[in-house]
Design a protein around this ligand. Sequence first.
Ligand code: RFL
Ligand code: PHB
Length: 406
Amino acid sequence: MVAKTPTRTQVGIIGAGPAGLVLGELLADAGIDNVILESRDRQYVESRVRAGVLEQATVELLDKHGLSANVHAHGLVHDGVYLQFHGERHHIDMRRLTGGRTITVYGQQELVRDLIAHRLQTGKELLFEAEAVSLSGMQWGGDPVIKFRHGGVERRLACRVIAGCDGFHGVSRRSIPAQDITTFSREFPYAWLGILAEVAPSSNELVYSFHESGFALLSMRSPSVSRLYLQVPPGEEIADWPDERIWSELEVRLATPGWNLERGPVIEKSITPMRSFVAEPLRHGSLFLAGDSGHIVPPTGAKGLNLAIADVKVLAEALAAWFSSGDESGLDAYSPTCLKRIWNAQNFSTTMTSLMHLDPAADPFSLRIQRALQRFTVENLNAMSALADNYVGPPFDSPLQEGGKR
Ligand code: RFL
Ligand code: PHB
């Protein structure tokens, strides 16, 4: 059966990553019609290995909208993390330090798979291999149109509002005239090499490790699949990292007395550059940027996916108020509300990144300062509490979001 391609909707959503898919659900639950356009095919989107840490507020939002059955069935609830410096492993008990809050380790890839299945089962519009190529009519009160290519044909989707959930390289942010947007960015002098391996995680909780050869992270996806990362120079080629080299480097950087890293078959490996990026504002007339299209954080704080979901919660509530009563105050508050949380997450992610990585240009003085900060972080209760608070993330309705409350 060939479905008819939609030509009109209330909210045109570009991108079927976590931001676009969750937004589509929240809007549908509020009775707002929406269409998701995704440039890639379903198989590609569902197999892209990325984030793994869900903040408690993210899980609670998924719970509220009936999207979390698999998160609870297969996700791993973690009470803490380990920070390791120079071979010494320190436990940060997040549950105790935050008055009971936790994180859940669940692959972004699995979450995306769940969201797609739910959307298709409930008969809502989601077009794969539908690439948005240009946006027009974005002045507020205009007639926004997304031009997209689907099945070799150029088509138009007329909407009231466009949600740009198309990631860092998408068309949405690029469609905003340069004079109407300011961008802030920072490149880091290293990248992350990540692997998925078929082996039980060698630790019950995540281990973030600083070593004089560079950073390493032990994470996981399930009781039988590990996710591990190594700091590598930017521009490094994956071909120069055969499995044996990766495992021996991980062993060196994660080593602590009396502990062993179990090896297993590597089923995926890739290198990701590290960057910070924020676009301001996140709104241009009837175009709203959400998730990675508006901001990128270095992955050390595990915040990217959670920020994307925090954005779309604020956006969905603002759109619900506007569609139901014409109240524009939530839409006006969208960008400042989200930017507050985003800059807090940038601060935390940058702090974690510089605490845990070896800066190849660091002089001996800077290395001693870094060492002092590492000790302070695991010896001072206030420092540990601040880290735990930031890591589990603020509740979605905390004062950090107050600009968006109506
Ligand atoms: P996505 O996931 O990039 O989805 C955007 C979607 O838009 C599509 N698209 C288009 N569709 C139609 N027309 C166009 N013109 C289009 N252009 C693009 C794309 O194909 C894609 O499907 O963005 P979204 O939804 O904003 O989600 C953001 C998250 O993916 C990202 O922030 C996280 O993965 C970041 N991240 C982490 N976040 C966490 O919260 N916790 C973590 O533990 C964590 N670890 C990570 C990470 C990111 C990593 N990499 C690979 C960058 C670890 C890594 C290694
Ligand atoms: C992951 O499991 O992919 C992961 C965990 C923690 C991070 C980044 C990525 O900080």
